[in-house]
Structures are given as structure tokens and as C-alpha cells.
Ligand binder design. Structure first.
Ligand SMILES: [Cu+2]
Length: 244
């Protein structure tokens, strides 16, 4: 009886303090691209002063696909979590976007609402960071100039939005896309196609893998304390394929 009451008091205390109960687990998985991705377009950086330290030739970076189909730069998230006031962005460490050799690194990012996006300029040249949210998204656009050797910029977003475009108007081949979530349950797949979403409360979820060009793949998952909670996505999803 005493034990039950103590446990109840602890769980009430945890809930009132906004702490997660012990029944939270990680979702891990992989994303694989099946088939041959469309060829990237070549870009010529020779017109950009300070852009050619490592050569003038580059390519677009739409598809990060490894030799065995490992699909990087895919954004994975739990559906149905928006609007629940779950963002921990204000206390989360910043996400870093670098500008190097007049290209963005990385080109696909994800942040929480209120989380800082730190923009660095590692180039000996000036960039502008043109943030272009969709109209009506509730996010504000920005277009700060960042000369060489200037301090990092700090940006943030108020509302959830997929793939907010960031571009440099000085170098018209520079693009990055930032997805914004108002909860912490998302990830971007690494170069080897793996991802991890941490501290997900036990329960049933719809999990989505989304890529700007390869579309969306969706799966159901029941997250259990102690796991393993693994998901394997294969893209492009049939629905996305039939559209093209
Ligand atoms: Cu630039």
C-alpha cells in the first residue's frame, strides 16, 4: 500500500514537473533508396570570389545515396505531435548551418520551434542568408548579410513548417532546407541512412520519412519501453513514384 502510494506520488510529481516517465524509449532505423536516384546537376562556382578553394565544380545535393542505397538527409518525424506544446527548443543546443566553399553544410536540417539555428560563414567571402518560409506559415522571413569573418548569425522559427528554403542571393546555387517541429520527436538520417529519435513515450505512433523530391513514406510503430523499436523505410514510396 505504502509502495503504491509512493509510486503514485512520484508519478504525479514527475508529471507536474514536466518530466518524462521512465517508459520512454528510442526509435532507431534506416532509410534506403531503392533504385538509382536522378542525376545531380553540375554547378559552376568559378564566378564566386572566394568559392573555389577546393575547385570550381560542384553539384546539387538533392539525393544523398550511398553505394548500397543508404539514404541520408531524409527527415523523419512522428505524426500527430504538433500543437501539443511539446517543444523543448528554447533549452535545446543550437543546430549549426555552415557556409563552406560557397555551399551549405548540411543542406537538410531540422529544428524545434524556438531552437537556435546558428549560421556560420567559413568562407573568405560575403554571403546573405535568405530565409524564405511559405506564405501563411507564421514564420518570419529574414535576409541578413554575413561578410567573411563576421560573427555567427542566430535564427529561430516560431511555427512548424516543412522544408523552409534558405538561399544565398550572391551565389545562386546555394540552397538549404530547414524543417521546423514544435516537438522533439524527429531526426535527419545520417550519411549511412541511420536515424534515432530519442526519449519517445511508449505508445502507438505514425512515423513518417519525408524527402523533398522522393516524397513521403509512412509506417505504424508501437514504441515499447526497452525496445527494440526499429523502423526500416524504403524510398521512394509508391505514392511518390506514381506521381512522377
Ligand atoms: Cu553565398
Amino acid at each position: 500500500m505504502t509502495i503504491t502510494r509512493t509510486a503514485t506520488i512520484i508519478s504525479v510529481l514527475c508529471a507536474s514537473m514536466g518530466l518524462r516517465s521512465a517508459s520512454a524509449a528510442d526509435i532507431t532505423g534506416t532509410v534506403t533508396y531503392k533504385g538509382t536516384p536522378p542525376a545531380e546537376k553540375e554547378i559552376d562556382k568559378s564566378a564566386g570570389e572566394g568559392c573555389t578553394t577546393h575547385g570550381a565544380k560542384g553539384t546539387t545535393h538533392h539525393y544523398f545515396v550511398g553505394a548500397n542505397g543508404e539514404f541520408g538527409n531524409v527527415t523523419i518525424y512522428l505524426e500527430g505531435q504538433a500543437g501539443k506544446n511539446l517543444s523543448t527548443g528554447a533549452s535545446a543546443p543550437p543546430v549549426v548551418l555552415d557556409q563552406k566553399d560557397c555551399e551549405y553544410t548540411p543542406v537538410i536540417l531540422a529544428v524545434q520551434t524556438g531552437q537556435k539555428l546558428k549560421v556560420k560563414n567559413s568562407d573568405p567571402t560575403t554571403h546573405n542568408v535568405h530565409v524564405q518560409p511559405a506564405e501563411g506559415s507564421g514564420n518570419k522571413g529574414a535576409n541578413p548579410i554575413q561578410p567573411a569573418n563576421s560573427p555567427d548569425l542566430s535564427l529561430s522559427f516560431d511555427k512548424p513548417e516543412m522544408f523552409v528554403k534558405v538561399a544565398c542571393d550572391v551565389h545562386n546555387w546555394m540552397f538549404a532546407w530547414v524543417s521546423v517541429f514544435d516537438h522533439p520527436y524527429f531526426a535527419v538520417s545520417a550519411k549511412d541512412g541511420t536515424f534515432k529519435i530519442s526519449n519517445v513515450p511508449a505508445g502507438k505512433y505514425t512515423i513518417v520519412a519525408e524527402h523533398r523530391k522522393a516524397g513521403k513514406a509512412t509506417q505504424q510503430i508501437e514504441v515499447k519501453d526497452g525496445g527494440p523499436n526499429k523502423v526500416e523505410f524504403v524510398m521512394p514510396a509508391e505514392a511518390a513514384k506514381s506521381k512522377t
